[in-house]
Design a protein around this ligand. Sequence first.
Ligand SMILES: [Zn+2]
Length: 523
Amino acid sequence: MTKTVEIYDTTLRDGTQQEGISLTPKDKLAICRLLDNLGVAYIEGGWPGANPKEDDFFARARDELDLSTAKLVAFGSTRHKGITAEDDEQVNNLLEAKTDTVCLVGKTWDYHVEHALRTSLDEAVAMVADTVAFFRSEGREVFFDAEHFFDGYRSNPDFAVAVLQAAHDAGAARLVMCDTNGGFLDHEVERIVGEVTERVSDGTFGCHFHNDSGMAVGNSLTAVRNGVYQVQGCVNGYGERTGNADLCTVIPNLSLKMGYETIPEDNLGRLTHISHNVADVINLTLDPHLPYVGSSAFTHKAGLHTSALARRPDAYEHLAPSAVGNRTRVVVSELAGRSTVLAKAKETGLELTDEQAQDVVDTIKEKEHLGFQYETADGSFELLAREASGWTQSFFTLESYRVFVERRDGDVVAEATVKVLVDSERIVSTREGDGPVSALDRALRAALRDRYPQVDGIKLTDYRVRDLDSSDGTSARVRVLTEHADAETSWGSVGVHQDIIDASWTAVSEGLVMGLVRNAERA
Ligand SMILES: [Zn+2]
């Protein structure tokens, strides 16, 4: 029988504690749909009553969300000291969210009970037991998040266990051991989880780890090996400080390496896509070095390595990237040999001869010496590889460009004129922009638009400039890296020159050419 681990996502509640993350109800609904598509068991939606946005989200979730596998959970605290659960305003807010499942957080560290709650240990136990019992009497499934559980167990194990036992006796379906400060290491987790699961022998346990010691994923796996059934965490490891356990690492580790069923097996291939989509909704650039789902997770650079990789991928990759929906990438650099160039060209559908590949290697070495860099400029690389195979771009020929920049009444206005030949027709176009690069970009697009209306579907999505040191007494150069995208894909290009405008021209015009190439290939 396959062992199962229940995946509980808290991206929308704990994940949004990360600085820089602020989600609208609409964003949250979009993320719920993505998580449901991934197939997690539970989605913690937020803290009802915390602010009007949270209540709006739960109201809209009831009307608009039609989840197929996941269940939505509302999160809240146990009752305050000295009153009944029925009379507690925040308990009622939580009830009003009308979710089938609620997750209650309560204190299990005596130090917090004494100094934060300022009440007796007996009252702290009662606060948990009463609130769990109240939600059970309202027909809700109840999970209990034992806040600071590991610190609490270290300080006063009998009290920490008494709280869990009380939650369990009152009807909590999961007893979730939280490392709220995130400082525990796996050997301690192993011991504590082992002891607790024995002491509350008929409980069903969960875990919730923060990554302050870099151990959140590892501790989650250790907890599972010692009897924990539910793992809480966030997509891409979002969360306060150093983040929560990254579900995009936890899930494949459990499913593909430890033999547990987590999300439905057929959905594992969606992991990379969902991770990137959630990052898009949250509007944060995804860390390329994230395990499994990062764009660099299966990227190879060294030359020797890549030639062997082409023959035996399993010798250099810990698992097939397709298992999690990612792919192998080869980046070219002066370190690379012919085999890297051949592999990279093949990725874009180009078959080069050994001789042509050697020409590309030689050109790259020369250009990298000048400051070009092809690791992210895959579009410029592809143009080089195509040229080595005898291809020339026939979309346009540049006759000349010029740019004026004028400061007028405190505003800067740039004007660019581009003269090109398109199918032997000479086209002169002039456009303004709020800077010289945007003016040039607009003028070139205007010149091409009649013949190639598809230029409007090619967007310039990123533009970066870097000063390069002048080491040999020549004047300093700048490197411009751009990224373009159309509805299907994205690509990078690079330009280097002493003059920033000319470096920009190279990068921007190559990006546009590459877009036209991709478009023509699909047509
Ligand atoms: Zn947390």
